[in-house]
Write a protein that binds this ligand. Structure first.
Ligand code: XMP
Length: 563
């Protein structure tokens, strides 16, 4: 049927798309280039050690909200890490744990092989907060009984406090909405526990043992539990005794001193892509070690209008960094001649990037460290899948014949941060707002937004149209709200009329999406007036274009990019 409808199907494993930023993609090319040139610097697998920082540890049982718990705790200015439930004690101990939160999860505690909390959690005598499945784990392991619920409780419920004096409930009203999502229920609490709050369907919605162990049947981390953050804050401040001194300022100070220690007199090399992560990494490292850092910025000629100048000005002129700027646009363009297949475009661009980097990296001589903008979600994902994030991207991009094992060592100062924290660090380091809030932009750039062959002329047309889209979206103050917004130059030409003349011009498509992580996305309901202004300006200001359409498909079944 698909064939009849003109769609061609490919197994998704063959796709080389990545749901990641150009930052990681570009720095991965640099990593590969150094590997090819035979450079293998000193080993330091571990990234920045957390020094004297103390942490709340979220033990992950696989809930979709686990990462959110860690973010909420950090919003209380308390450092928090998310680790799989089978993490060895040595790793946990190195983080100076001051309390545990057991996350929710999809399993049932009485299923054979259901994940449980490691014994060290109870033996540590540190405070514990079990959330949903985490509460059921506590109950089972501490001698209570969990039973399958007769009906699943899912959605809004009202929480009524029965022990208003519990320190977990400080500043909480006597009743408040909470978000429930569970099938199993606590039939019998473990010895020493009492019910501290209830809902209509859950007589034990909150339980505690008076010795720092609590269970919550609902999810305090989600927005549907408006008082949830107060509960988490009470747990980390009042039960675990934290003080809220983990701030962006303290992170920057701590990172600078760790980078100095780690790097010593060594040299660091970093790839700039114009994206926020690589910009923040470079600025942070530069603050720590100055001219020991060299950045490589490759202009592949597939960037948006004024992008190169802006990035270059910020880093070279404002921040005074060492930048090797390579204008390789002609080289990329000639390699892309005649290439129409999207994956082939990616392959060609990837290979060419590596060639350019290889040449540049050689010029710098011996380098001990490669900086990368790896973020915490990449680390969590790679810990759970057992593979390094960069390795995964390499296979996605299939740059051909690369050794599976990379022995290069990375400097990844952002590996414990979430994206919004990276933005705050960027702002605190003095990066311009425009750079810090930049929407994601794919590594292969405009090449995958020009359907069919990429030519200089088509790049000019697309840049002009894209400039108008960006300009209007920013004027409408929607830029930050949208995940991505951009123009696509299709290979369709259509007939139009302008004045007394018939025209035969290009069709431009506009894409604007809302998304949290690029895995799924919804098309943005942009105001008609705004779409009208964009369309008008494009057909008036870009002579080669006589028609504009708006893409109203979501992902899935479409993707964000057209190629
Ligand atoms: P799709 O089009 O797959 O895109 O929905 C998801 C996210 O990934 C970006 N993207 C890429 N980023 N190299 C990149 O660095 C690529 O080849 C690539 N392809 C897509 C896309 O912009 C979106 O943010």
């Amino acid at each position: 049927m698909d064939e009849a409808e003109g769609k061609s199907k490919q197994p998704s494993s063959e796709s080389h798309r990545v749901a990641t930023s150009d930052d990681i993609e570009v720095s991965t090319y640099l990593e590969i280039a150094k590997e090819i040139s035979g450079e293998q610097p000193v080993a330091s697998e571990e990234a920045i050690s957390p020094a004297e920082r103390e942490a709340i540890i979220v033990i992950d049982f696989g809930s979709q909200y686990s990462m959110l718990i860690a973010r909420r705790v950090r919003e209380c200015q308390v450092y928090c890490e998310l680790l799989p439930y089978d993490t060895p004690w040595e790793k946990i101990a190195s983080l100076n744990p001051r309390g545990f939160i057991l996350s929710g999860g999809p399993a049932s505690v009485y299923e054979p092989g259901a994940p449980l909390a490691p014994a060290y959690i109870y033996e540590s005598h540190l405070p514990i907060l079990g959330i949903c499945y985490g509460m059921q784990v506590l109950t089972k392991q501490l001698g209570g009984t969990v039973a399958p619920g007769t009906k699943r409780e899912y959605g809004h419920a009202i929480l009524y406090l029965s022990d208003v004096d519990s320190p977990l409930f400080t500043d909480l009203p006597a009743s408040s909405p909470v978000w429930m999502s569970h099938g199993d229920r606590i039939e019998e609490m473990p010895p020493g526990f009492t019910a501290l709050a209830y809902t209509e369907n859950s007589p034990v919605a909150v339980m505690g043992n008076g010795e720092g162990i609590f269970g919550l049947q609902f999810h305090p981390e989600v927005a549907h539990t408006p008082e949830g953050k107060t509960i988490l804050k009470n747990f980390v401040y009042r039960i675990c005794g934290r003080q809220g001194n983990w701030t962006i300022g303290s992170f920057i100070e701590e990172s600078i001193s760790t980078i100095r220690k780690q790097v010593g007199k060594g040299k660091v090399i970093s790839a700039l892509s114009g994206g926020v992560d690589s910009a923040v990494v470079a600025t942070l490292i530069h603050r720590a070690i100055g001219d020991q850092l060299t950045c490589i910025y490759v202009n592949h000629g597939l960037l948006r209008r004024e992008e190169v100048e802006r990035t270059f000005n910020v880093f070279r002129l404002n921040l005074g960094m060492n930048i090797n700027h390579v204008d390789a646009s002609e080289r990329f363009l000639s390699r892309l001649k005649g290439v129409v297949d999207p994956e082939m475009k990616r392959k060609v661009i990837g290979e060419e990037f590596i060639r350019v980097f290889e040449k540049e990296a050689k010029k710098i001589g011996k380098v001990e460290f490669l900086a990368q903008g790896t973020l915490y979600p990449d680390v969590i994902e790679s810990a759970s899948s057992g593979s390094r994030a960069s390795a995964k991207i390499k296979t996605h991009h299939n740059v051909g014949g690369l050794p599976a094992k990379m022995r290069l060592n990375l400097l990844e100062p952002l590996r414990n941060l979430f994206k919004d924290e990276v933005r705050q660090v960027g702002l605190a380091l003095g990066l311009p707002e425009e750079m810090v809030w930049r929407q994601p932009f794919p590594g292969p750039g405009l090449a995958i937004r020009i359907i069919g062959e990429v030519t200089k002329k088509k790049l000019e047309i697309l840049r002009a149209a894209d400039w108008i889209v960006m300009n209007e979206i920013k004027k409408a103050k929607l830029y930050r709200q949208l995940w991505q917004s951009f123009a696509i130059l299709t290979d369709v030409k259509s007939v139009g009329v302008m004045g007394d003349y018939r025209t035969y011009g290009y069709l431009i498509a506009i894409r604007a999406v809302n998304s949290d992580d690029a895995m799924t996305a919804d098309w943005s309901r942009l105001p008609y007036d705004l779409l009208g202004r964009i369309s008008n300006r494009i057909v008036n200001e870009v002579p080669e274009v006589n028609r504009v359409v708006y893409d109203i498909t979501s992902k899935p079944p479409s993707t964000i990019e057209w190629e």
